[in-house]
Design a protein around this ligand. Structure first.
Ligand code: ZN
Ligand code: ZN
Length: 348
């Protein structure tokens, strides 16, 4: 088969590799019908994730068709259309028993395209197939389901649920790339009073409006603190969702919440940020962090199946697998291409 193989910082190629096989009785091999590229893949290519070894197949998101199962797989069948989650779960360790699958101690967690070969390939081996894949409802397109592999549960769990968004809340989303946009889409499920989107890029702010933000803030031109206070009687936002991963944006998010509010960090940080306790120690502010656990995937599937949520609106570019390099180029240069999410499908 062919796959995107990582060859050290800055280097990857769509090349021929050996097909994956069943290694454990609980494995399945899935033919990848649709996959995507994540900001995390770009971090790996920059060399920011040193545990990814050379020769690793990248990718941790897919919708596909099961082609082989191990002898111990009980619920997944050959021929099933499945969502392959970015989080693998052994289902029996201490963390999996409390639905913290991202912290799995039994060989799961974020392993695809990280510790083991991933989904940017024609075939992928999925460990613990029974508890790490989800049946795709009949009649729902691959594209509607694919975003449930990572960005929708990440934004919903680590942003909206950790942030305790409630009906009437004022929510400010700092950074409206794919993750910030997904946070807006899932925050809307709770009927917040206001969703304020903050970014520097005009196309992203337009996308934020389409996703459900009512107030757009150009971080270069507007005074975001003044706008947030103006909408909240001078208090500040109930919830600030940080979806960039820079010290500046984290520190700004902390200044935007009211006393008693929540700062929900989703951003992937590569450098230390300063927590100004000298300003906030009396303000009852809660700061949450997290890696996605994907415990919300069944809920999100039900919302998509019921027509309440359509994550395919985030897809701006489509490629076939033989055009993988073009897909990476488009996704890595959003200012030039306007890319939000790219979908790469198996040629038919
Ligand atoms: Zn990802
Ligand atoms: Zn586990």
């Amino acid at each position: 088969m062919h796959a995107i193989v990582y060859h050290g910082p800055g280097e990857k190629a769509w090349e021929e590799v050996t097909d994956p096989v069943i290694e454990q009785a609980t494995d399945a091999v899935v033919q990848v019908d649709a996959t995507t590229i994540c900001g995390t893949d770009l971090h790996i290519l920059k060399g920011d994730v040193p545990e990814v070894s050379e020769g690793r197949i990248l990718g941790h998101e897919a919708v596909g068709t099961v082609v082989r199962i191990g002898a111990g797989v009980r619920t997944v069948r050959v021929g099933d259309r499945v969502l392959v989650s970015c989080i693998t779960s052994c289902a029996t360790c201490r963390y999996c028993r409390e639905q913290r699958y991202g912290q799995c101690l039994g060989g799961g967690g974020w392993i695809l395209g990280h510790m083991i070969d991933g989904t940017q390939a024609e075939l992928v081996r999925v460990p613990y197939a029974d508890t790490s894949t989800y049946r795709v409802p009949d009649g729902i397109s691959d594209e509607k389901i694919l975003m449930l592999a990572d960005i929708m549960p990440t934004s919903y769990e680590v942003g909206v649920l950790n942030g305790h968004v409630r009906p009437g809340s004022t929510v400010v989303v700092v950074g409206v790339g794919p993750i910030g946009l997904a946070a807006i889409m899932t925050a809307r499920l709770y009927s917040p009073g206001h969703i304020i989107a903050v970014d520097r890029a005009e196309p992203r702010l337009r996308a934020a409006r389409a996703a459900g933000a009512d107030t757009l803030v150009d971080a270069d031109r507007d005074d975001v603190g003044k706008i947030v206070r103006g909408l909240t009687g001078g208090l500040g936002a109930d919830v600030a969702i940080e979806a960039v991963g820079l010290p500046e944006t984290f520190e700004e998010a902390v200044t935007l919440v009211r006393p008693g509010g929540v700062v929900a960090n989703i951003g992937v940080h590569g450098r230390p940020a300063t927590l100004h306790l000298e300003d906030i120690w009396t303000k009852d502010i809660t700061i949450t962090t997290g890696l996605v656990d994907a415990y919300s995937t069944p809920t999100l599937l039900a919302l998509v199946e019921g027509g309440r949520l359509d994550p395919s609106t985030l897809v701006t570019h489509r490629f076939t697998m033989d055009e993988f390099d073009l897909a990476y180029d488009a996704f890595a240069h959003p200012a030039a291409t306007g890319a939000i999410k790219v979908v790469v499908t198996r040629p038919r």
